[in-house]
Design a protein around this ligand. Structure first.
Ligand code: NAD
Ligand code: LMR
Length: 326
């Protein structure tokens, strides 16, 4: 019997946290054979609500749940963590871009990076969800001297899943028929959802839809789907974001299927000419608990132009938080 996995979640009493904790405890992240300890972190004013979450977790009597820790102390919350889901941060409201959150949210992630470096498992895998996720991830990684930056990732799996669902719908297929969707760049309206390598039911996606639909409808829809959800719900995506976070972690640990890949925002190693170090969404394969950027894809002029725009945005965000990067 292996040790339970220790999973830290920040912002655990928030909307995404509430959708996430129960599914992790039910085995949806690591599998139905892996017991878990949940280490739930909140700011002090939210601790009473967090107690309520812990009470409900107890009331579920989940077979895989061994222990629930609730705390506002990040070193206690990250202590020995094998996985850390950094969700706690302000969401945007209508009319805002995610980058507008950087001034308020960026400062959360330096201390959390340091606490992970001081207290988490040496093998911790970190997923940043709080927006703007890519640059918050950069801040956390830069403040974690004892950890490898490659242990820090940001979430574009929601964009990947959205793009997959949109193309499946347009092609009259199911999302499980879609392979090799790619999200390049920032989790923002500059991201580039790329179908050049994507197949649906084994056929090239680009042959199943018109270029006009791809460029004028699909791309902006995926780029702005977060805002579309905010307009409809009055608050940002929560259940779909939690589901994508589970997908991201499960794929990282259990691997991508043969012949397919996923999208993860990871530290750029200069592949495809992207600025080294920025947290840029790439197509990645995962195997044996590690991810690798898919190499050697042909990039046409349109895609290159879009990849550069989102790279430039990430360079700009990095420059804007230079004071938070030691
Ligand atoms: P929410 O306001 O419902 O919950 C956020 C929670 O974080 C609150 O309970 C708050 O008390 C807590 N919190 C704030 N600062 C904290 C800190 N320093 N430490 C620990 N906890 C802290 O928001 P939500 O809907 O759960 O969204 C959380 C974040 O996730 C937002 O920034 C949102 O924009 C982002 N998000 C990202 C994606 C993505 O695809 N990357 C998708 C959806 C939402
Ligand atoms: C999303 O993509 O749904 C989230 O990043 C929330 C937002 O602000 O769009």
């Amino acid at each position: 019997m292996s040790q339970p996995a220790r999973i830290a979640i920040t912002g655990a009493a928030g909307n995404i946290g509430y959708a996430l904790a129960f599914r992790i405890a039910a085995g949806d992240m690591l599998g139905k054979d892996r017991s878990v300890v949940l280490q739930l972190i909140e700011i002090p004013p939210a601790l009473p609500a967090l107690q309520g979450v812990a009470m409900e977790l107890a009331d579920c009597a989940f077979p895989l749940l061994r222990e629930v820790v609730t705390t506002a102390d990040i070193n206690e919350g990250f202590n020995g963590a094998d996985y850390a889901l950094l969700v706690g941060a302000k969401p945007r409201g209508p009319g805002m871009e995610r980058g507008d959150l950087l001034a308020d949210n960026g400062k959360i992630f330096g201390p959390q990076g340091k606490a992970l470096s001081d207290s988490a498992s040496r093998d911790v895998r970190v997923l940043v969800v709080g927006n703007p996720a890519n640059t918050n991830c950069l801040i956390a990684a830069a403040n974690a001297p004892a950890l490898d930056p490659g242990q820090f990732t940001a979430m574009t799996r929601l964009d990947h899943n959205r793009a997959t669902a949109q193309i499946a719908d347009k092609a009259g297929a199911h999302s499980t028929d879609v392979r090799r969707m790619t999200i390049w760049g920032n989790h923002s309206a500059t991201q580039h959802p790329d179908i050049a390598h994507c197949t649906v039911g084994g056929k090239p996606a680009a042959e199943l839809v018109s270029q006009a639909w791809y460029r004028e409808q699909f791309i902006p829809r995926v780029q702005k789907r977060g805002a579309e959800i905010i307009r409809a719900r009055g608050s940002s995506s929560a259940a779909s974001a939690a589901s994508a976070a589970l997908d991201h972690m499960r794929t990282w640990v259990h691997g991508t299927p043969e012949g397919d890949w996923t999208s993860m925002a990871v530290p750029s190693d200069g592949s495809y000419g992207i600025a080294p170090g920025v947290i840029y969404s790439h197509p990645v394969t995962c195997a044996a608990g590690a991810y690798s950027i898919v190499q050697g894809l042909a990039i046409d002029d349109f895609c290159r132009e879009r990849m550069t725009i989102t790279d430039q945005e990430l360079r700009g965000e990095r420059a804007a938080v230079a004071n938070l990067l030691p």
